[in-house]
Design a protein around this ligand. Sequence first.
Ligand code: AMP
Length: 270
Amino acid sequence: MKIITSIFDLNKEIKNYKNVGFVPTMGGIHKGHISLIKASQKKKSKTIVSIYVNPTQFNKKIDFRKYPRNIKKDIISLKKLNVNYLFLPSTKDIYKFKTRKFVLSKKDKILCAKFRKGHFEGVLNVMNRLMSIVRSKDIFMGEKDYQQLYLIRKFLSKKFDVRINSCPTIRTSDKIALSTRNKLLNKKSLKKASDIAKILNKIKLRSKLNSSKFNLLLSDYKKELENKFDIKIDYLEFRDEKSLKLNNFKNKFRLFVAYYINNVRLIDNF
Ligand code: AMP
């Protein structure tokens, strides 16, 4: 595996390859990331993984500082997976050139965009930069961050003529969606996160049978979960899988959740 730390070196290295799959990450490599890498390796002859904890997408400085980083361990994991290139850019390099700014419309200010001001503007900004550097025709991203996937498809897939390959959420055996942020949770919180995931999964399954009733019940479930697990839920909403509009249960839908457990914010969808 070649480790590349500058845009200049990356350009030199990959300009001759047309068949490179791109897996952008913020590190703390886990089985969720690994599933994206494997999906890329199945489809493309070379895979480039980036690790960059992007400061502009954190709406709280403390959250950025606390974000788990373990580059040595990540390098060992990625080498074992036979990743071809690991791109570790610096903030100076990433933000040295000017690009357009992204502004979300009122329609897009839902779910996490409503509760984390500036977060997706930061995500779109850095993805625009990374995509213009790497220029891959295939990017691999997780459904765990469903709204991110939706917005990147909406704002960037046409601009770069790129296929955004979405990969299903990988969970632990006790149903917690894998996430680098889980490293910030103690045993008790992990047990709660597992119980919450199981309950939400059940709600989703039952809602398929009697949907209209479940839409009405969601605010009750929200209060119940907050009291039972001592968590603060930002949102618990059924939304259309394609448009992310509030759900009328005519099309495929998902149950979206974001909550704080011990000051750590987790997101998931079922
Ligand atoms: P992150 O490092 O959290 O920014 O995530 C990098 C990529 O991995 C994003 O496309 C995420 O959606 C994806 N990802 C994170 N967690 C999971 C998971 N549990 N299952 C599948 N993909 C994931």
